[in-house]
Design a protein around this ligand. Sequence first.
Ligand code: NAG
Ligand code: NAG
Length: 143
Amino acid sequence: MAFSFISATTVLPLFFMTALLMVSHFATPVAARDSLKSGQWLKSGESLEKAGYAFTMMQNCTIAVSDSNKKIIWWATAEHIDIGCSLKLQHDGNLVMYNIRGALWSSRTYRKTWKIYQLILRADHNVVINDDENNTIWETDTS
Ligand SMILES: *[C@@H]1O[C@H](CO)[C@@H](O)[C@H](O)[C@H]1NC(C)=O
Ligand SMILES: *[C@@H]1O[C@H](CO)[C@@H](O)[C@H](O)[C@H]1NC(C)=O
């Protein structure tokens, strides 16, 4: 039958193309980050995410922790309203918000020795900066 011939030759390739697209889709997941290592940036508009809550570098230079209902439960901002800020966790332990005008906010956790630090979104909703021995040097206290 002509009908079954057409359906077999058109539907089967379509099926395999769909399967291939799904495989390539799952092979390159864009999983949200839930931590930031020293040397890394969180750019304007970007978020770290964990189990329904987020730590966001907002486009208006406010750093916010928001819960699963997008309600802001903690925030920090520059002295004056500004735009285009990125956040960097530095090797000296300081978390600093910069834009073209310079540093506008910091966690004030500067250390003299350079180490690997990590900003971590903990499961209990507390956002912390830990040093290389996992000692907490800063926290949002939002658990
Ligand atoms: C930045 O935007 C957020 C979300 O709209 C708002 O809650 C916050 O107050 C704003 N921050 C400033 C400094 O305007
Ligand atoms: C370090 O602390 C983080 C956040 O509290 C925790 O998730 C992680 O398991 C700890 N790592 C080690 C090696 O203890």
